[in-house]
Ligand binder design. Structure first.
Ligand SMILES: Cc1ncc(COP(=O)(O)O)c(C=O)c1O
Length: 417
């Protein structure tokens, strides 16, 4: 997308605003598909948690993607977006048996990540095939908060518990048709991926009725120019060959599944915010924007870096700024970064704002969540409206006369539109 397009969108829909470029999503989907072209049955199940707007889900559906979901609500969103239930996999962590049964009733595939629920589910529904999530005890992922396949992680069934898992399968007579792992996000080194995959292949040999092996996700995308990214082409060749070899030995053409989130949508997203104040302190020049970690929490939550461009003054001389939000706690998007000279009123563009940005947004400080706009075939399409005051109080219950407060003004009187 060009700066001019983004500026036009900010002018039309106001700021802050999220903008997603469909062309980038489509090209990433095709890139990953092409990388694994050596595998006969490939299934990409888009991880809905990354960006779950219905328009994005429909776009994924139209590309032939399946859907990876982690809550019953994501399952329902997927069904609303027109996914066939069998193209949705439910991969929750630590949810109740009831929630898993609810998802199963909707016809989606079930992925179970602990022995307790596996046993309960198997006892009650031996005829419903399930996938099992294995924890391979591999340290992978960009940082500790997004590394989820190691020995201290709450995710998956430990590879050391496979004998127990097999006993449950045998006693309940349930059918395990898939085996899954997800070791973390932002995996830098494909060898780590390949190493964990070997563990999964070894584990898979214990199950005789598999239809698919799901290798999770964790593809690292670049966050700035020249940044390292997962070489999906090399991974596709190496893992693809190894998978084909495994299938031969297993005696069946299995499906190779992935559930990418970031890889498909991260780079497609742009978050646009306006600079309210440029404040020079004794040590720093702060650019304070009309947003905060209520809208984009990744930098504060796990130190994620989002490149920030001043699209109002792209040719201006570069100076050092700390870009901060308006939230009443430390709320730093970037510290001492070189950005083209910023004036109050300029629009800053946060790159890589497609994955885990809007979906992690909140109403903290009683702010409205921003609108979302899809840029598709050269046109801007509003796919979520900016919230209003009514959204903030929609579910609050009016206590009416519970407290003796006189003269509660009407909404209009306090400037609420
Ligand atoms: C089980 C599972 N699958 C897939 C993903 C998507 O990972 P990424 O966004 O790194 O592709 C996640 C992310 O948290 C996950 O927990």
């Amino acid at each position: 997308m060009k700066n001019a397009d983004l500026l036009k969108i900010a002018a039309s829909y106001g700021d802050p605003v999220y903008v997603y470029d469909s062309e980038k999503i489509i090209s990433q989907f095709q890139r990953l598909t092409n990388a694994f072209s050596g595998v006969k049955n490939l299934k990409l199940n888009y991880a809905a948690k990354a960006l779950s707007n219905l328009a994005i889900l429909k776009l994924m559906n139209s590309l032939g993607s399946g859907l990876d979901t982690v809550s019953i609500q994501e399952v329902q969103l997927g069904l609303l977006a027109g996914f066939n239930p069998e193209d949705i996999i439910f991969t929750p962590n630590g949810v109740s048996l009831e929630e898993i049964e609810e998802a199963s009733k909707l016809g989606v595939r079930i992925n179970i990540d602990n022995l307790s629920i596996l046993e309960q589910f198997g006892n009650k529904h031996p005829d419903i095939p399930v996938c099992v999530r294995i924890n391979p005890h591999v340290m992978a992922g960009g940082n500790s908060k997004i590394s989820v396949g190691h020995i201290d992680s709450k995710f998956g069934i430990s590879i050391h518990q496979i004998p127990h898992l097999l006993r449950i399968v045998e006693l309940t007579k349930m059918n395990v048709n898939g085996i899954h792992m997800h070791t973390g996000s932002d995996i830098l080194d494909i060898d780590v991926f390949l190493y964990a995959s070997e563990i999964l292949f070894e584990t898979a040999q214990n199950f005789k009725n598999l239809d698919f092996i799901d290798f999770g996700s964790g593809f690292k995308v670049p966050y700035k120019e020249g940044d390292i990214q997962t070489n999906v082409e090399e991974l596709g060749k190496k893992l693809g060959d190894r998978f084909n070899e495994f299938c031969k030995a297993y005696g069946k053409e299995l499906t190779l599944a992935f559930e990418p989130g970031k890889f498909l949508v991260s780079e497609a997203g742009h978050f646009l915010a306006r600079v309210n104040v440029v404040k020079q302190t004794t040590s720093t020049v702060f650019a304070s924007i009309d947003s905060g970690f209520n809208h984009l929490i990744r930098p504060m939550l796990y130190g994620a870096t989002h490149q920030i461009l001043n699209i109002s003054n792209p040719e201006g001389r570069e100076r050092y700024y700390s870009v901060v939000g308006y939230i009443c706690e430390t709320d730093t998007f970037a510290s001492n970064k070189r950005i083209n000279e910023i004036s109050e009123g300029d629009i800053l563009c946060f790159k890589n704002a497609g994955a885990y940005c809007f979906t992690m947004a909140s109403n903290y400080n009683s702010r409205f969540r921003p609108p979302e706009v899809l840029w598709h075939e050269g046109k801007a399409i509003l796919i979520r409206e900016r919230e209003t005051f009514d959204d903030l109080i929609k579910h609050q219950v009016d206590v009416k006369d519970l407290f003796a407060i006189k003269d509660i003004p009407k909404k209009e009187k306090v400037g609420i539109k």
